[in-house]
Write a protein that binds this ligand. Sequence first.
Ligand code: PGA
Length: 226
Amino acid sequence: MKYIIGNWKSNKNLLETRDWFAKFTNIYSRQKDTISTANLTLVICPPFVLLPLAKELRDKYGLPLGLGVQNISPFAEGAFTGEVTAGMAKEFAQYAIIGHSERREKFGETDNILSDKAKRAKSAGLITVFCIPGPETPVPNEADIVAYEPVWAIGTGKTESPQKAGEVAEYIKKKNPGKSVIYGGSVKAENANSFLSFGSIDGVLPGGSSLDPQSFFDIVSNASSF
Ligand code: PGA
């Protein structure tokens, strides 16, 4: 089983979300007989405010897509202005990205805060996609999927070499037994398979190329041989 988890980051509005789902549905329904998604788990992570619409459209079009959030509160519900709890997220999503390097760098999220977030996600029943910038970054026990994302490869068009990513994935698995490991950083249709073909790499986390429904579909279509 391989994961393809699209991270929309802070992009799209209601109209653009409708457009993405309409186009993806159109492409998918025309080509679904030529691809096999039996061994793939597909997930899209839109911003919080777009999740209800994404869920509605996913259900309406009957798409084989899981939904995820890009962040959650490290606290339970209560007086925490501006925060969305894991329990709230769970009403719309099955997955939670935690510890993305943009959160670590731009929002000051520390290993301790991220460990609290992973606990909240776990207890709400979310599958945690825990991002780490390097193989030595601590991974909480509660994490389900570890996303290895070298910072220099994010949004730059430069990827880690698949060979190196495969070795790092193996190392992360040895350090954190039982966890799936995926790769992120400038993944697109043209290079996704070079990562997915490593047994130690359980999936990919495309950011920029998940924003376009055709690009996201092309990753899925190229990956469907696994
Ligand atoms: P990118 O982003 O594919 O645009 O490099 C990946 C990520 O940050 O999750």
